[in-house]
Write a protein that binds this ligand. Sequence first.
Ligand code: COA
Length: 160
Amino acid sequence: MLKTPSLVAVRPARAEDVGSMARIIDDYARRRAMLARRENDLLRSLDDFVVACRETEAGRVIGCGALTLYSTRIAEIRSVAVDPAHSRSGAGRKIVQALVDRAKSIEARRVYLLTLVPEFFAKMGFEIVDSDNTSLSYLSEAVLDQSRTFANKALMMRDL
Ligand SMILES: CC(C)(COP(=O)(O)OP(=O)(O)OC[C@H]1O[C@@H](n2cnc3c(N)ncnc32)[C@H](O)[C@@H]1OP(=O)(O)O)[C@@H](O)C(=O)NCCC(=O)NCCS
């Protein structure tokens, strides 16, 4: 199988992508590597998502990721996932770069994320921060609202 990053393109997600996105995310969720997202939840937040596609396979979706805005200046990256058959192909990096570019284009100043793979995001310029920091209350509220948890996850941020 070819694993050439240049054959991977990232674009905004479309409704027809939701099935593929849900399959990739659920595969990891079953192994407790990330949170599950229902298809109707993905559809509702479709505008937040980008997908990575294989240009040589009729644009088959092999990964996805989302950027959610919490204030005029603060955003969170969520649900970054790459089909394991295409891991280490550069797709994850391209997805994160596209989300960071999107954050910059809407003039966000800082991007946070919660992750079980801090080593990957460290390579994307993110640093681990203390989740007890009170200035993060908006993020804590969002996380609790969505029944998510900080447990076992690293909180990371990148200033733009
Ligand atoms: C983490 C994940 C998105 C990486 O995607 P990927 O397409 O394999 O990553 P890339 O090929 O773009 O890798 C970019 C760099 O990160 C490194 N990297 C990738 N996964 C890594 C990991 N799990 N641990 C450490 N480094 C990792 C790569 O070696 C590469 O380094 P290099 O630039 O020095 O060569 C993918 O493995 C995944 O979907 N994991 C499960 C879901 C998850 O944990 N998502 C993130 C939390 S929301």
